[in-house]
Design a binder for this molecule. Structure first.
Ligand code: FDA
Length: 312
């Protein structure tokens, strides 16, 4: 991992820095590169703009490691309201949640109950719930909660991180339950014993895992909703290689998706959508943007120079 990436990821855990920077108007403006605004209305407005050009969206209220029961209930109710508004506006939008935002750190049973509520909401509003993957210490609990939820509903998907050494084993263990998986490279600071330190190795493991997901999809014969391989990446070379792989396996173009983040490679998002690829853009909103914003800077430390240039 590069030094700059390491420093930015460590900084993302500083409550003091979060407090200082969140109060600065300049930093609030700088986040606009990666989010349309802090309110749900800002996010829904952006989602409507994407829908007009054939791109679906995923909505995430920023926040993580929430510890009071009342706060977690607020988060659950917020997402239920999001699904209602999405349905009433007829938007092709789904939700993507962090389990620590729903109380995983506080009480796993409470978090499971909130997730069940969200699934019921998704059934009622014909929607879909994605679970993000956080630091490696949450992977076991996240996958266990995903399995329980998957047994109740097929309107749930989970994120797996290609940088984790354990992910090939996790993927094999999940495939029999016909999971919907979004594969990403991984955004947190992890020790080399847990995550592959070299980007080249992460990219190679991503391609191997993604190919396995496509092969499983090609061989799958299930009743109900089949596995949906989803590639959460802006790595367009990787996407082209996976597109070739899907074609070779005769997987229809609407049987796999590409997910990207708001503000990153926007032209490629439109180009892929125009080229019959199913694309969704993840839109984050909310005021708790500090840790999330630092992770975006860490993904491409050159972004820091962009911030500094504008500051000067
Ligand atoms: P890579 O880092 O190789 O980037 C490829 C190219 O994309 C770069 O060359 C650059 O042009 C562009 N790019 C990438 N990041 C950029 C940035 N921040 N600013 C500007 N340009 C950038 N992670 C996680 O651990 N848990 C999760 O739940 C999720 N969820 C998630 C959902 C979705 C929809 C996406 C797209 C990503 C995530 N991630 C995530 C983040 C993911 O792990 C990863 O950190 C980023 O996607 C960056 O990696 P890439 O795959 O884009 O490749």
């Amino acid at each position: 991992m590069s030094l700059a990436r390491n420093i930015l990821l460590r900084a993302s855990r500083s409550a003091w820095l979060a407090d200082e920077l969140r109060r600065r108007a300049f930093f609030r403006r700088a986040t606009k590169r990666f989010m349309p605004g802090e309110t749900l209305d800002d996010a829904l407005g952006a989602a409507a703009g994407f829908a007009a050009v054939g791109i679906g969206t995923l909505l995430t209220e920023l926040g993580e490691q929430v510890t009071t029961a009342a706060e977690t209930e607020g988060v659950r109710d917020h997402y239920l309201e999001v699904m209602r508004q999405v349905r009433s506006r007829g938007l092709p939008a789904q939700i993507s949640v962090k389990l620590t935002h729903l109380g995983l750190d506080r009480d796993r049973d409470l978090c499971a109950r909130h997730l069940r509520h969200l699934l019921t909401g998704a059934e009622q509003s014909d929607s879909f719930v994605w679970i993000d993957m956080e630091e490696s210490r949450y992977v076991d609990a996240t996958l266990a909660l995903f399995r329980t939820a998957r047994a109740q509903s097929d309107r749930i998907g989970v994120c797996l991180q290609a940088y984790l050494r354990r992910t090939p084993t996790d993927l094999e263990a999940l495939l029999p339950v016909s999971p919907t998986i979004r594969l990403v490279k991984g955004a947190y600071s992890e020790p080399p014993s847990v995550a592959l330190p070299s980007k080249r190795d992460v990219d190679a493991q991503y391609f191997t895992l993604a190919s396995r997901m496509l092969e499983h999809r090609a061989a799958e014969r299930v009743a109900g909703r089949p596995t949906l391989p989803v590639f959460g990446t802006h790595d367009t070379q990787l996407i082209e290689r996976l597109r070739d792989r899907a074609k070779a396996l005769a997987i229809p173009r609407d049987a796999w998706e590409v997910h990207m983040l708001y503000g990153i490679r926007s032209e490629d998002q439109r180009r892929l959508a125009a080229d019959a690829c199913t694309v969704r853009v993840l839109i984050s909103y909310g005021s708790a943007w500090f840790a999330w914003y630092m992770r975006r800077l860490a993904e491409r430390p050159a972004n820091v120079w962009f911030v500094m240039r504008n500051l000067i």
